[in-house]
Design a protein around this ligand. Structure first.
Ligand code: NAD
Length: 489
């Protein structure tokens, strides 16, 4: 693959299709902005309609070729080789993600430096998708087999491009599917780089194909409406998921949707407040607020509300905002201009709704911030749960502090949302922990910890937060069909 560095701009001029590095058939390109500088840092080849056809055809051919015949333990060995190569490239991949998405490098290193464990874990499941026998009578032998769902189109977002890719590639390949992956147009670089690792690991041509491009009326939509694609594995916005569902319905595709969240982070007065505040404030600024799992609604019991609110204000002032690539940076910029504008507009809405702006709320520009998309960590107090800033996913570093009275009140507020992705709960009372956790409508409830996410723990949402699960053995189900065979003896 030709990579030339000219004028400090990284150029990746090929797509990865059918095991080859090919120029885009219609010469399309994407310019990726570095949100820390507001300047283009990479130019990446993007797919045209013909490239999508070629990629899907390559994935179909691989599905029906050697990949289909390969025993699970050999697929596992390939995945392990890929995982080792990934581990060796993790630092560079983290730098690419920091440049592409604005994610602080120390956060990117910690996360991407652990992805290889996930790929190894998926490898360990590649030969374990077994069926069962079904008793009937002595004249009939009935049994089930788990078979790959087929060609998967993986469509990923810009906030955590490599994590979203891992959560789809791992189970899809373990299940024996083939994949065409389309990274978000804002952050294509790291995902395209994965092609080199799949190539070096020795995956058969066409098992993984990488085609950057845009969504609507472009690569994303062409994949969704393509009759050669069996399943869409999507992470992104709810509105996009609905558009994908409508388009994909025409060809009866399978879907996994990982969508947004507006997660409650509940702090009871009997909690270890220091730990709870550490977790809640870290969670508020992680990824510059651009994570579906963040506890963006902080529910605090009234007797400790003032104390927690003051701690939030102080901690927000101590967050070191700066260029993503600087290892001292706690919080980088927003990933792109439209997201920065969205966050600023919600801060204005919060003020007009009557919430108290404790600190932050302003764009940071000039000086060290240059033309980057930086914003202050922002804390709103005395938020009521019916305000837009408590109901809508802002996807910026904006914490909304909501007081509550007792368990019932906390549960009522926590569940008063169209989302249901994650929830946090801090209490020193074990009985309360179980009582409250069992009443929360969310796919993941953390008790006295927050954002504990691993490849082995199923992750996904209730309600508007999505369909299906990623991670855990549950994720394999999304990439397998069940075939029942009945043999009359
Ligand atoms: P988005 O929906 O705008 O885009 C996601 C992907 O879909 C991109 O690759 C985009 O090009 C593609 N796309 C857009 N329109 C399309 C169409 N019509 N057909 C096919 N593809 C299309 O989302 P985003 O702004 O990139 O990501 C942010 C969202 O992702 C947030 O809502 C966040 O909560 C969610 N998210 C969820 C999880 C989770 O695990 N639940 C994780 C990360 C992000």
């Amino acid at each position: 693959m030709a990579i030339e560095l000219a004028d400090d701009v990284l150029r990746l001029d090929r797509l990865y299709i059918g095991g080859e590095w090919r120029r885009s058939e219609d010469g399309a390109e994407i310019e990726s902005m570095d949100p820390s500088t507001g300047r283009v840092w990479a130019v990446v080849a993007a797919g045209g309609k013909r490239d999508v056809d070629l990629a899907v055809a390559a994935a179909r051919q691989a599905l029906e070729g050697p990949w289909a015949q390969m025993p699970g333990h050999e697929r596992a060995a390939l995945l392990r080789r890929f995982a080792d190569l990934y581990a060796a490239r993790a630092q560079q991949l983290a730098e690419m993600e920091a440049r592409d998405s604005g994610r602080a490098i120390r956060e990117a290193r910690a996360d991407i430096g652990s992805h290889h464990f996930g790929y190894h874990w998926w490898a360990s499941l590649a030969d374990k998708a077994s069926g069962r026998t079904i008793p009937f009578d002595s004249t009939v032998h009935a049994f089930t087999s788990r078979v790959p769902v087929g060609v998967v189109a993986a469509i990923t977002p810009w906030n955590v491009p490599l994590m979203a890719a891992a959560w789809k590639l791992g189970p899809a390949l373990a299940a024996g599917c083939t994949v065409v992956i389309k990274p978000a147009e804002q952050t294509p670089v790291g995902t395209l780089e994965l092609g080199k690792l799949f190539e070096a690991a020795g995956f058969p041509p066409g098992v993984v194909n990488i085609v950057p491009g845009h969504g609507a009326d472009d690569v994303g939509e062409w994949l969704v409406s393509h009759p050669g694609v069996d399943k869409i594995a999507f992470t992104g916005e709810g509105a996009t998921a609905k558009a994908i569902l409508r388009k994909g319905a025409e060809t009866m595709k399978r879907f996994t949707f990982e969508l947004g969240g507006k997660s409650p982070h509940i702090i009871f007065a009997d909690a270890d407040l220091e730990q709870a505040i550490n977790a809640a404030t870290n969670s508020a600024w992680t990824l510059c607020g651009q994570s579906c799992a963040l506890g963006s609604r902080v529910l605090v019991q009234r007797s400790v509300y003032e104390k927690v609110a003051e701690a939030f204000r102080q901690r927000a002032l101590n967050v070191r905002v700066g260029p993503a690539i600087d290892p001292r940076t706690h919080m980088g910029p927003q990933a792109h201009l439209a997201q920065l504008e969205k966050t600023l507009s919600y801060i204005a809405i919060g003020q007009s709704e009557g919430a108290d702006l404790l600190t932050g709320g302003k764009q940071l520009s000039g000086g060290d911030f240059g033309d980057g998309y930086f914003i202050q960590p922002t804390v709103f107090a005395n938020v009521s749960n019916d305000m837009k800033i408590a109901q809508d996913e802002i996807f910026g570093p904006v914490a909304a502090l909501i007081p509550f009275d007792d368990e019932d009140d906390a549960v009522r507020i926590a569940n008063d949302t169209r989302y249901g992705l994650t929830a946090g709960l801090w209490t020193g009372d074990t009985g309360r922990a179980h009582r409250v956790a069992s009443r929360i409508r969310a796919g993941m409830v953390w008790v006295n910890t927050y954002r504990f996410i691993r490849w082995s723990t199923p992750y996904g949402g209730f309600g508007a937060s999505g369909w299906g699960r990623e991670n855990g053995v549950e994720a394999l189900d999304g990439y397998l069909e069940t075939r029942t065979t009945v043999v009359s003896t």
